[in-house]
Structures are given as C-alpha cells and as structure tokens.
Design a protein around this ligand. Structure first.
Ligand code: SF4
Length: 393
C-alpha cells in the first residue's frame, strides 16, 4: 500500500488532450484546439462533484492507505460538511463507493496494491496527455481501474470508455514493469443512478487501441486538424454555442425537402432522425442564447436581439419578522404555510435503507405503479414493449 499527498480536486490541472474530454477529441479532433479560446468555467454541479470526490478520497484514504484516528477523520469530514454544496446524501453515496471497493479488494485471493488519486501519464499516445485516476488496484494479473461519478444526468458505461482506457494506458506505463498485468477491469460507480458498470478486456487489446486509434487521432487533435464531427460528445464542448458543424446538424432538418419532390408526410425513418436531432435542440438553443446575452452585455451587436433587465422577484426582507407582524395583525399563521406531504423518494432519501424497508415496504405501505410508455433510444437497456405485450389499461 502507498501513501501519497491528498489531491486538490478543485485545482487539478487539465491537459489539452485530457482523459475526461477524450470522447470529444477522439470523435471530433479539431475540437480540442477550438475549445482553447473559450474559458473553462465551473458549474455548480461540477463543484458538487468535486466535494463528493474529496469526501470519497478521505474515506478511501482512511480505509486503504493511512488509518487515521476518529478525531482526525471527523475534523476533516466536518470541514467538508461546512461546504455549501454538502448534503447528507453525499455521505451515503460515498459510502456506496467505498463499499464497492472494499468488496472488490476482499474478493481477491490476495490483498491488492491500492493507490488513489494518482496522476496517469498517457503522453506516449497523446501529446501531453495526463489525468487523475480515482482508485487503482492491482492483484494477480489484473489491473482494476475504478471511477467514482457523482453526476445523475445519464448512466455512464465502462464499456469502451475512452477516459478510463486512457487512464489504463497510463497505469500500464507506471505499473506494467512491476506487476504482470494481463487484463484490465474497468468499473464506474455512479451511486446516484444506482449504476455500477464493469468491463473486462485484455492488456493486448488496450495497447492496440492506444497505438491504432488514440495515437493518430491525438496527433490530429494536437495539431487542430481533422473533420468536425458533431454528436453526443458536443454536449460538454465549450465551442458548441458557435460551432458551425454543431449548428449544421439542426439546420439539416431542412434536408427533408419540399413536398413537391418528396411525399407530404415524413416517413418513420425520417421521424427517427428528427427525434435524434431534436433531443439536443434545447441544450443547443440554451448555449446559443447564453452566448448571445454575453455578447450583448459586452456591447456587441447580435442582429435582432438586445439585453434587457429581466423580471425581478419579491422577497421578504426578514421572513420571521414579516410573519410575526402578520400574525400580530390577526392573520392566522396556518394560512401562511403550505403543509405538503413528502413523496416516497424524498422519504426514502431521509431514512436509512433498512428503516425505509421496515417501515414502508414490508408493511405494504408503498406500491409501484406501472410506468407510462415512453420513447427511449434504441440503445437503452430497458426491454422494448408494445401494446400487444403490455396492458396499459
Ligand atoms: S461542438 Fe461538437 S462538432 Fe463542434 S467542435 Fe465541439 S465537439 Fe466538435
């Protein structure tokens, strides 16, 4: 086991060809250089994720690397708890991550080598490429790369995950001489979505991927060359508000043509295409509007648009004082508050899992109703249904 300095998660440096953006620059090679001209802003979600990673790191460090007294641990935890982005759920989800890793290490015939928050250098494949791997274990001939994801937008799959595969290339470089690594086990633990995704593949295939795919694409990306290829990866691209190629996929809706040349009604194939394009439309328009607003505020002209003051909202100067004054003047306190019952998911969040099961599930006080049919992408893991297979009455 190794002792290393704790990482400053909020100020990690980023490589041009960073692992977390690999999905983007491997698919659209000119994006890396194009993005350079846009500021790298941090969202509230990212700050929340950073804090969750810091808490996870503390827990892993305590269990695997440097046993610490309860006092030291509590002092460090309390510092995190004072952060405005902290909530109790974070404690629960980082525990889930720790439990997964504990089970993984205990399931191995020998105690694995464990290291956390290590910088992985994969610059042999991508110029200047490095990133920080959350937790690496090595036991026998297997390299285990574990990644904690705090997002709850979409479940992330470990299969062919370029971010983790790049870390694996870095880990091979760092530990491949010391350990007889023959296979790689990737795991993504995303507790807020109940998602644990695992994928195992051979060292040999990883190296082939690195040489045949990453190396040439990374060389193009480093030079800012290649084709602009829009796709799902544009979601996190800093250039998306102004990117011509990204905009092009939305205006491509016109390609369906005039009724004279083509049938008046769209075919089912075209309908599928419309939904594919349209699912990113909201996100794109939002990014474009944000960009246009920043231009107007900077005094630049966006033809047909201007910045104005939005609607303000009314707030109590001091709510307690205002309510006290109202009740003193004969207003019934009860009408000043809404008493709203908590939903099942909110109560579940408040209680411990065991308590929730004992108090609500076992006595039969909660029921699960059948979900309404909904449209999902073909790659969604849920089984496809039809009116013939399901009774929706
Ligand atoms: S928005 Fe998409 S197509 Fe445009 S540069 Fe970024 S990743 Fe490439």
């Amino acid at each position: 086991m190794t002792a290393v300095k704790e990482i400053d998660h909020a100020h990690r440096s980023h490589a041009l060809l960073g692992a977390s953006g690999a999905h983007k620059w491997l698919n659209c090679t000119p994006s890396a250089r194009l993005e350079e001209q846009f500021p790298d802003t941090t969202s509230e979600y990212a700050k929340e994720g950073t804090l969750a990673h810091e808490i996870a790191e503390l827990k892993l460090r305590k269990y695997f690397i440097e046993p610490m007294s309860s006092r030291t641990y509590n002092t460090r935890m309390n510092k995190f708890k004072r952060d405005e982005h902290y909530d109790d759920e974070m404690d629960k989800h980082t525990d889930t991550y720790l439990e997964y890793l504990k089970e993984l290490s205990m399931s191995r015939p020998n105690a694995p080598f464990v290291t956390i928050e290590q910088r992985m250098d994969y610059s042999d494949y991508a110029p200047g490429g490095f990133g920080t791997a959350d937790c690496i274990m090595i036991e026998g001939d297997t390299l285990f790369l574990n990644d904690f994801k705090y997002g709850k937008g979409v479940p992330v799959s470990a299969e062919n995950n370029p971010q983790m595969m790049l870390y694996a290339l870095g880990a091979l470089k760092k530990y491949g001489i010391l350990y007889p690594i023959e296979q790689v086990h990737l795991a993504i633990i995303q507790p807020r979505l109940d998602n644990i995704s695992e994928w195992v593949f051979r060292r040999e295939d990883l190296v082939i991927w690195g040489k045949n795919l990453v190396k040439p694409k990374a060389a193009l990306a480093d030079a800012g060359e290649g084709e602009f290829v829009p796709g799902d990866h544009c979601r996190f691209c800093r250039a998306k508000a102004q990117c011509r190629a990204y905009a092009g996929q939305f205006t491509a809706l016109q390609d369906f043509g005039a009724p004279v040349k083509k049938p008046a009604l769209l075919t089912d194939e075209e309908i599928g295409k419309v939904i594919n394009i349209g699912q990113h439309l909201d996100n794109w328009i939002k990014a474009v509007k944000e960009y246009a607003l920043s231009q107007c505020l900077a005094g630049n002209e966006i033809p047909g648009w201007k910045a104005v003051e939005g609607r303000g909202s009314r707030n109590y100067v001091d709510q307690d004082k205002a309510f006290a004054y109202l009740t003193e003047h004969g207003i019934d306190e009860n009408i000043l508050y809404d008493r709203v019952p908590l939903t099942v998911p909110k109560v579940e969040k408040l209680l411990k899992k065991k308590q929730y099961d004992e108090l609500l599930v076992v006595p039969g006080l909660v029921e699960k109703t059948q979900g309404k049919p909904t449209l999902a992408p073909a790659k969604d893991k849920r089984q496809a249904i039809t009116s013939a297979t399901q009774d929706f009455s």
